[in-house]
Design a protein around this ligand. Structure first.
Ligand SMILES: [Zn+2]
Length: 312
């Protein structure tokens, strides 16, 4: 018992939808729960649904001026000024005021940020830290509760790649990424998977706050390695597509020599890395503008400490 980590009770939780205005499951769930929050109410935790980018939701666009989910940089959050700033920078500052400030003791305990992907990723939980044992225990709980439906864990902790996400305002940020679902479309199966994940997550927090100890465990994660762009011609235009053997194969190993891209005249470009990687966000619609065809990950198993509520 002595080697378990104590974490403070998670008393304040927010559920964010519409960080990207055209990812409809989160937009719809937040709207449902704003009208009637009985489903997300628990006795030991206060949970608030919140629509992050209402102007983008109204337009059914990812964003108005800039990607809100990359806007939570220290520079943006400390920037003086008002109306002249890009809409999402103003919005980031507002969200940071309400749910943060980021990195401070006043910040919300947990933020769940609901996203959809056009990639065939299924249900995915996104964590930003390999040392947050509260979050690791929570995803372990969710994975077990979701079985036999699979629920993958993407770990975005990386020495160079910094995401500055909307949820990063919280002490324990958790991203939900469920797909495949086209932008601007609601699919009932995707909606229901997302709803179940949130239910299990809130059940976990309720149990934790009630004093339940969670024993040490192991959890499989996919750690972000690098972003891979589409092949391009000398003018910078895309010259090949994701290969049919890779399309929809998120989380499956890509080995050296495996087909990766297919040029417009039908020839194959193979993966040339030193060993297997696990691609995900394959052919995500929103990442064309980021010059990203997919992201590679390494699969690893993390040892998770036992956790319990700290007594003070
Ligand atoms: Zn998104």
């Amino acid at each position: 018992m002595s080697d378990s980590c104590g974490y403070a009770e998670a008393r304040r939780v927010a559920i964010f939808g519409g960080t990207h205005g055209n990812e409809m499951s989160g937009v719809a769930l937040v709207s449902v729960w704003t009208r009637d929050d009985r489903e997300i109410r628990r006795s030991r935790v206060r949970t608030e649904p919140f629509l992050c980018n209402p102007r983008a939701v109204e337009k059914c666009a990812r964003y108005i001026d800039t990607d809100l989910n990359r806007a939570f940089t220290p520079e943006n959050l400390s920037m003086p000024g008002g109306e002249e700033l890009p809409y999402e920078v103003r919005r980031a500052k507002e969200i940071n005021q309400i749910f943060g400030p980021k990195g401070s003791p006043d910040a919300y305990d947990v933020i769940f940020d609901l996203h959809n992907t056009t990639s065939n990723m299924g249900s995915t939980l996104i964590l930003e830290s390999a040392t947050d044992h509260f979050n690791l225990q929570m995803v372990h709980y969710i994975k077990k509760a979701m079985a036999p439906e699979s629920c993958m864990v993407l770990l975005t902790e990386h020495p160079q790649l910094k995401y500055s996400t909307t949820r990063s305002v919280a002490k324990h940020p958790v991203g939900l990424e469920v797909g495949p679902q086209p932008q601007g479309v609601l699919r009932s199966n995707i909606f229901e998977s997302m709803r179940r994940i949130v239910k299990h997550a809130l059940d976990f927090i309720e149990m934790f706050n009630g004093g339940v100890e969670f024993p040490a465990c192991r959890v499989e994660v996919f750690r972000v390695h690098e972003r891979v762009d589409y092949p391009r011609d000398t003018n910078g235009n895309i010259s090949a597509m994701v290969h049919p053997h890779l399309q929809d194969c998120d989380w499956e190993p890509l080995n050296p020599g495996d087909p990766m891209f297919q040029t417009f005249d039908g020839s194959t470009i193979a993966y040339q890395g030193a060993g297997p990687v696990y691609p995900t966000f394959i052919n995500e619609a929103a990442y064309y503008e980021k010059h990203q065809a997919f992201v590679t990950t390494f699969r690893e198993t993390l040892a998770v400490s036992a956790i319990r509520k700290s007594t003070k």
